[in-house]
Design a protein around this ligand. Structure first.
Ligand SMILES: Nc1ncnc2c1ncn2[C@@H]1O[C@H](COP(=O)(O)OP(=O)(O)OP(=O)(O)O)[C@@H](O)[C@H]1O
Ligand SMILES: [Mg+2]
Length: 281
């Protein structure tokens, strides 16, 4: 039987003849909880993989929601981000393949919650993830990191490890609340450790066309963050909220649903918003 490692190598060998890796690293971050970070990581990742891009989803949240939603068992996920960060297991041994072609995951586990404490005592504690992921950049087109809902050391590690940030904003009351703190953190990391870091865009999620509120939020966010908001708006959709319990990205669970179409559109936009300066990194 083909082992996961062998399958992964085969997967890479096949596709590397077709693709030149873009090597983009993107953190999906917003310290506000429940705004659609995990839903965006999993479905954007799967939609990019559908386009033939080689994608790794890194689940950096101890809640392990991305791990579950992508179809892995969070109780026995194999080597996890914790093993990679704390036990120093090489990144290639922490990759799990998923049911979807071109889509891999570095899973999470509840024990990642302890990593935040263990990282504190390490030298260069902010750059542990960056160092661990280093060798992936030239193998994959996209490394997407699902951040926890906080601005703690795990999220800082993500911001040091990437060059791009995508921030989901839920079409709800207080949509912009807390955004100032996130922008400030991104700027601090940019000034002090990672000059290449920038926001690629903000994506509006859970849009409900039946409410005036949703439309007001869209207008407010577009005024506030002019030029940085993706045209694609992710609708509120029951299908999108059901898919994780089947361990399937929306493109597999309900390929023609509005949610699936939105994440495909977002993937195209992200793929096109490719800053050529990223190419050299
Ligand atoms: N477009 C959508 N339509 C309907 N439900 C959605 C949509 N996006 C996300 N959800 C649901 O909203 C909840 C929160 O979404 P999600 O887990 O993606 O947010 P999060 O920002 O990752 O949360 P956390 O901060 O806890 O990590 C989940 O139950 C998810 O299924
Ligand atoms: Mg989440």
């Amino acid at each position: 039987m083909t082992s996961e490692r062998e399958a992964l190598d085969l997967n890479r060998a096949d596709s590397s003849t077709l693709l030149s890796p873009l090597g983009r690293r993107i953190a999906i971050a917003n310290q506000k909880g429940g705004v659609g970070k995990t839903t965006t990581v999993v479905n954007l990742g799967a939609a990019l993989a559908e386009m033939g891009r080689e994608v790794v989803v890194v689940d950096l949240d101890p809640q392990a929601n991305a791990t579950t939603a992508i179809g892995l068992d969070p109780r026995s996920p194999g080597n996890t981000v914790y093993d990679m960060l704390v036990q120093k297991v090489p990144v290639r041994e922490c990759l799990s393949i998923t049911e979807q072609e071109h889509l891999c995951c570095i899973p999470s586990h509840l024990d990642l919650a302890g990593a935040e404490v263990e990282l504190v005592s390490m030298l260069a504690r902010e750059s542990q993830l960056s160092t661990a992921l280093e060798s992936l950049t030239h193998l994959y087109d996209y490394v997407l990191i699902d951040c926890p809902p906080s601005l703690g050391l795990l999220t800082i590690n993500a911001l040091v490890a990437v060059t791009e940030v995508i921030t989901p904003i839920q079409c709800e009351y207080f949509a912009l609340e807390g955004l100032g703190a996130l922008i400030q953190n991104v700027n601090l990391v940019k000034q002090r450790v990672n000059p290449s870091l920038d926001f690629t865009g903000f994506v509006l999620t859970m849009f409900d066309p039946r409410t005036n509120l949703s439309t007001q939020v869209v207008n407010e966010v577009r005024n506030h963050l002019a030029g940085k908001v993706f045209n694609t708006i992710v609708p509120r959709s029951v299908r999108l909220s059901e898919a994780p319990s089947f361990g399937q990205p929306i493109g597999v669970y309900s390929p023609t649903s509005r949610g699936a179409i939105a994440y495909r559109d977002l993937a195209l936009e992200v793929d096109q918003r490719y800053d050529t300066t990223n190419r050299s990194r």
